[in-house]
Write a protein that binds this ligand. Structure first.
Ligand SMILES: Cc1ncc(COP(=O)(O)O)c(C=O)c1O
Length: 411
């Protein structure tokens, strides 16, 4: 992967601004939110300059605005590999989309029906479901095994009954970084006649989404962690979306509009087209911006291999220091984990380490990252949570080395 070309596509690495700190920062808080790619930034300006009118009118600018927005939405459709454009729902954030869909889906459920959540998930894929206890839905928790940090399908099966309507889990935990076998789990859950609701937020920046290959019913991610602006995207299977009630005005009964109350943020949706364009360009080493799965697959294969090299460098260092414990698997294999790494130190708390590293102008972070249950279950609250180092494909080996030196100087 041509890292110089990649970094050039992210203006944040070059720009000076009077309101910004003077010293450049090494940015390794990517799982909190990534930098935004140039095409996406420019798309926002382009939309607001040229297409800033209400959609659906007969005048020419409105017609072209509708066309441009449809093109951007089609890019998202290709990006997630949805069969139909109606399956792509956009909203203010992942959290708000999960909440909306929980209210819509649960209208077809009755008292005593069951939803299974995990103790690994970010609250986004837990809180909305727990809220349904108030209407008599039974919530059960599928817990990780603390020694291996893994969710086991056997444990899930013991929780499932003929009342289980839905199982909600994460593709990649934003703390552990492990890639869960979601296609296998989905098959198992479908065999038991329940639906799946998958959080892909920590997966999407690192590996290519393929909702059809996995056969998932619902899958969501946040575009601001995937090189775009602040919003959320949700895929839902058309046959399900078509039959459940919506969350918009009663006369709006078609998907995705029935799940998008009011106007969606057009310029941000349009900007997501810019992200997909960038990824396709990356997949052809800058030669083409044609939006297709082949280019996206190439891009993500470059990303996966490149990030594994960065991660391995970090693991090579951390595993030489017995006082550090990796919270997750100690392996950079691309099919097993992404480059989001959490650690704790046997005597230093996580806040002390991160605040020390701040002075080196390196942005990492400590805490529970809203995976509140996981941090409590692992007994890490008194450590101030974990130290999370979350890399993206625009980080460099030199940056990883600088982080290693900074951490090492503290010990
Ligand atoms: C794994 C994971 N899921 C869900 C979310 C919620 O995303 P949003 O801010 O778009 O609601 C986050 C945000 O940090 C996250 O890390």
């Amino acid at each position: 992967m041509d890292i110089d070309w990649v970094r050039e596509q992210f203006p944040a690495f070059k720009q000076n601004h009077p309101k910004r700190p003077k010293t450049p920062m090494i940015f390794m808080d990517n799982a909190g939110g990534s930098q935004t790619v140039r095409h996406a930034i420019e798309s926002i300006g382009e939309y607001l300059t040229h297409f800033d009118v209400q959609l659906g009118a007969s005048y020419a600018t409105s017609v072209s605005a509708s066309e441009q927005l449809e093109k951007a939405t089609k890019s998202i459709q290709t990006y997630v590999n949805a069969e139909r454009i109606e399956e792509v729902i956009v909203g203010a954030s992942s959290t708000s989309l999960v909440r909306i869909l929980s209210l819509c889906l649960s209208q077809g459920w009755k008292t005593g029906d069951e939803v299974i959540i995990t103790d690994v998930d970010h609250e986004a894929n837990r809180a909305a479901w727990i809220e349904l206890e108030r209407q008599g839905i039974v919530i059960k928790t599928w817990c990780i095994r603390p020694k291996t940090f893994e969710l086991h399908a056997d444990d899930l099966l013991t929780l499932m009954t003929d009342k289980t309507k839905l199982v909600c889990f994460t593709h990649v935990s934003n703390i552990l970084g492990t890639i869960n076998p979601i296609a296998e789990w989905t098959q198992l859950i479908h065999d038991n006649e329940a639906l799946v609701f998958v959080d892909g937020v920590a997966y999407a920046p690192h590996r290519l989404i393929d909702v059809q290959a996995w056969d998932v019913d619902f899958y969501f991610f946040s575009t601001y962690k995937t090189f775009g602006p602040h919003q959320g995207v949700m895929y839902g299977k058309y046959e399900i979306l078509d039959t459940i009630p919506g969350f918009n005005h009663a006369f709006i009964q078609t998907s995705p509009y029935k799940f998008q109350p009011g106007n969606v943020n057009y310029e941000l949706c349009y900007a997501m087209g810019g992200v997909v364009k960038y990824l396709c360009e990356l997949g052809t080493e800058g030669l083409s911006v044609e939006i297709n799965r082949k280019n996206l697959k190439n891009a993500y294969s470059l990303i996966a291999n490149y990030e594994a090299t960065l991660l391995q460098r970090l693991l090579d260092y951390l595993t030489t220091i017995p006082a550090f414990r990796i919270i997750g698997i100690n392996n950079s294999q691309t099919n097993l984990r992404v480059a989001t790494l959490s650690i704790i130190h046997e005597s230093l708390d996580s806040k002390t380490i991160v605040q020390y590293v701040d002075d080196f102008q390196i942005g990492i972070r400590f805490g529970d990252f809203y995976a509140v249950e996981l941090i409590d279950h692992l007994g890490l609250r008194e450590k101030q949570g974990v130290v999370r180092i979350s890399l993206a494909h625009y980080n460099t080996l030199e940056e990883v080395d600088a982080l290693i030196q900074a951490i090492d100087s503290l010990l």
